[in-house]
Design a protein around this ligand. Structure first.
Ligand SMILES: [Zn+2]
Length: 410
């Protein structure tokens, strides 16, 4: 397929340029700029982009496809019977793809294998969805109350190692550890460290041996440091990072990623729940997070630490499908330029997925995960929030959606 008459934002951060892109099978094979010879369309399917912007598909860094609510269906409950939970997850995979996210890095699931089976269906081409790095039920050392089975419970290094091995065996891509508590759930608990050093170290050792990645919920400074010492690759929130934690993050900046998950914080403050739902505690907890993040995130960026959008979408007040709001929050709250926010969602997203050499850029050899956007997101990232502006969505060279005709060249 030849995509012509587009302005190309290639994900690198350079300004959009007029050009053409050729896709063969699942890859981008040529990218040309105006002024250079155009690509011969003979034999190709041709999509005339009409001057729209072609950009890499976005990557959601803190995905919860099994959190039930989406822009297509409000679901007041959180944990559903397994059949409904699975159907919601399948639906949310499509919704997130149709919202411009061709990859999703899971930050936890409401079911042991739910994301594994959905990922496998997506990879097989049997159901639409983003490239998914699957996780399982988030683990706190005491065991998550919703998790059944001894493997999710129990303390001590051996119990944690057994859990990591179990995750590897059932096909999980990354294990998420709750290293700190969370004020939105229990006031004050963001400063509680839920693991011992030995347990965290055991998780890291087993993860390296089993070749599986770790991510972690880390609010308190000590949780960040414990995660870094254990070899955690993706750190969520990091709200209370002190100077030493910042230095430790910077020292590991080529190996780690931070995702603040600011979307859920903004949505919590905006939420107007019905009278029988009390969000006052959550709103109180969100206020300091937003203020601290306004200083923290620009400092992380200044230090060259990779910070990615992705915002805990899937709650009734923060539904799946609104994921692109995070980019606007990066601009409004953290002082990112629209281009910087886009680079974080694309180039850095490819690196987050562990595929920086083939994902997240428009470049020959890269996977053809592409969005055709009406307007110029490098001027205004908010246009990405309107699905009607996504004129074409392609993943792995396959068109999932196109509002523009594809014609066959002679
Ligand atoms: Zn989350």
């Amino acid at each position: 397929m030849l995509i012509t008459n587009v302005r190309i934002f290639d994900g690198s951060g350079q300004a959009p340029f007029p050009g053409e892109v050729l896709i063969e099978d699942d890859r981008i094979t040529r990218v040309t700029e105006a002024g250079k010879p155009w690509i011969d369309p003979a034999g190709a399917e041709v999509l005339d982009g009409g001057g729209a912007t072609l950009m890499p598909g976005m990557v959601e860094a803190h995905a919860h496809l099994s959190w039930p609510s989406s822009i297509e269906r409000f679901i007041p409950d959180f944990v559903l019977p397994p059949e409904e939970q699975l159907l919601a997850t399948v639906r949310n995979a499509r919704v997130v793809l149709e919202s411009g996210f061709t990859s999703a890095y899971s930050a936890g699931a409401l079911g042991e294998r739910i994301e594994v089976v959905v990922r496998n269906e997506i990879d097989g081409g049997w159901t639409p969805g983003p490239r998914l790095r699957a996780s399982t039920i988030e683990r706190s050392p005491e065991g998550d109350p919703m998790a059944t089975g001894d493997i999710h419970h129990g303390r001590g290094p051996e119990a944690i190692k057994a859990f990591v091995r179990f995750c590897k065996d059932i096909g999980i891509d990354q294990v998420k550890l709750q290293i700190s508590g969370e004020d939105a759930l229990l006031p004050g608990s963001s400063q509680h460290i839920l693991y011992t050093e030995e347990e965290a170290q055991a998780a890291g050792e087993q993860a390296r041996e089993s070749d599986i990645w770790l991510s972690a919920h880390t609010q308190a400074s000590e949780a960040i440091k414990m995660a870094l010492r254990a070899g955690v690759r993706v750190l969520y929130h990091c709200t209370y990072a002190d100077a030493e934690a910042l230095d430790m993050l910077e020292a590991r900046k080529d190996e780690i990623f931070v995702a603040p998950a600011i979307g859920v914080i903004v949505a919590t403050l905006e939420a107007t729940p019905p009278p029988h739902i009390d969000m006052s505690g959550m709103k109180e907890a969100a206020k300091p997070v937003i203020e601290l993040s306004k200083t923290l995130i620009p400092e992380l960026k200044r230090r060259g630490i990779r910070v990615l959008p992705g915002g805990d979408y899937g709650f009734p007040f923060n539904p799946n499908g609104t994921n692109a709001r995070d980019l606007q929050h990066f601009v409004d709250l953290f002082g990112y330029t629209p281009t910087e926010a886009l680079v974080a969602a694309t180039k850095l997203g490819g690196e987050l997925m562990g595929r920086g050499d083939e994902l997240g850029l428009i470049k020959p050899g890269y996977l053809a995960d592409l969005l055709l956007v009406k307007g110029d997101p490098t001027q205004d990232v908010s246009i990405l929030q309107n699905r009607a502006n996504l004129l074409m969505i392609m993943k792995g060279g396959k068109v999932h959606k196109s509002l523009l005709p594809v014609t066959q060249a002679a």
